[in-house]
Design a protein around this ligand. Structure first.
Ligand code: H2U
Ligand code: ZN
Length: 345
């Protein structure tokens, strides 16, 4: 009898159409690596050498204002530029290129250098959500912008260059790869079902409960059935809306709260500041009824503060693979306290 808890199998990601190989039997193999703790990261509230702290100098001689809440600026090393000439190259359908223009910004979450999302207070996190919405509305209203990606790289392991709490916004003139896949899948589902893919998925997960991590009045955090990273999380809005521009005030508060709770549970897992890449997938306004607002968390850690999952070998050449099941990961995250370990005695 085929058992998802015992037997190797492939799971389907309905958002991307891709598969992940799950090998639950391998979690029984002995682990001989170290389980080490990192020294506590003690950072000052203000670092004179940080390019994101208030009053400090950035690349190109820009001076940050003495900001007291959030602070947004255009990335001094933007990957996308506004004044990019349009054009395309196509040689025999083999050498293809298309001009891409856009805007890159950096959003500081707080003037405090030593905070993280997990350690921010709720009004502070709500201010971050309000800043995202404001930037999202402005950028997505532009005729030269087709897609706005808001994302946070957290921790050196994820290539984050600075521990000061911040995220990036890249707004581009075309739809990026991941968004194209999700657009097609969500459209296909909506056309058939008349409901969003994630509304139907969320209803199923809520009735099962086994992959739910935490929830509030407006959002649910779960380890998706098709999770690829060990402790991957998907945050889905209970109400189907396509973009953060449609959120009510209460939904903004709930988004702030659930993002903080996910970050707190992550930090509590190995009692370290947990590295991850997270970001939103969304479309603005009412013109995309098949789109359902959500956030993905892709954290690399597997077993301890230092043992990470690598996407190498078979995963680069064939299909991504995981050992611990999504259900087991959700159970661990669900069992963790909602209070940050640094605040416990
Ligand atoms: P990461 O920590 O995710 O690397 O983001 C930091 C961004 O800050 C990065 O994209 C930008 C980098 O280009 N940056 C500036 O805009 N000005 C600076 O003075 C340094 C870094
Ligand atoms: Zn997505």
């Amino acid at each position: 009898m085929f058992d998802l808890k015992e037997h190797p199998h492939k799971r389907h990601n309905p958002l991307t159409g891709e598969w992940v190989l799950v090998s639950p039997h391998r979690t029984k193999r002995p682990w001989q690596g170290q389980v080490e703790k990192l020294p506590p990261d003690e950072r000052p509230a203000y670092d004179p050498k940080c390019y994101l702290c208030p009053g400090n100098e950035r690349a190109g001689g820009h001076i940050n204002p003495p900001y007291s809440s959030t602070f947004v600026f255009t990335n001094d090393f933007s990957a996308l530029l506004e004044a990019t000439p349009g054009g395309a190259v196509d040689e025999a359908g083999l050498l293809r290129a298309v001009s891409e223009s856009g805007v890159c910004k950096v959003v500081c979450f707080s003037p405090a250098h030593n905070l993280t999302v997990a350690e921010m207070d709720l009004p502070g996190m709500r201010a971050v959500v309000d800043t995202w919405v404001e930037e999202y509305c402005q950028l997505s209203a532009r005729r030269d912008i087709a897609y706005v990606e808001i994302f946070e790289n957290r921790g050196e392991m994820m290539g984050c260059s600075n521990p000061h709490p911040h995220c990036q916004i890249w707004a581009s003139s075309s739809l990026p790869n991941e968004v194209l896949k999700e657009d097609a899948s969500q459209w296909g589902w909506f056309e058939r079902a008349g409901r969003t893919l994630l509304a139907d998925y969320l209803a199923l997960e809520l009735s099962r409960g086994e992959r739910i991590v935490c929830a509030n009045d407006s959002f649910v955090a779960l380890v998706p059935f098709w999770a690829l990273w060990p402790y991957e999380v998907l945050v889905v809005s209970r109400r189907p809306f396509s973009g953060m521009d449609s959120m009510t005030g209460e939904e903004r508060d709930c988004l702030a709260a659930i993002l903080r709770e996910v970050a707190t549970r992550y930090d509590n897992l190995f009692e370290v500041s947990f590295p991850y890449t997270m970001g939103f997938h969304q479309m603005p306004g009412g013109a995309h009824p098949h789109w359902h607002f959500h956030a993905h968390y892709y954290p690399p850690l597997l077993r301890s503060a230092t043992v990470r999952k690598f996407m190498v070998g078979y995963e680069m050449l064939a299909t991504p693979q995981r050992d611990i099941t999504a259900e087991a990961a959700a159970e661990r995250l669900r069992a963790l306290p909602r209070t940050h370990y640094k605040l416990r005695g």
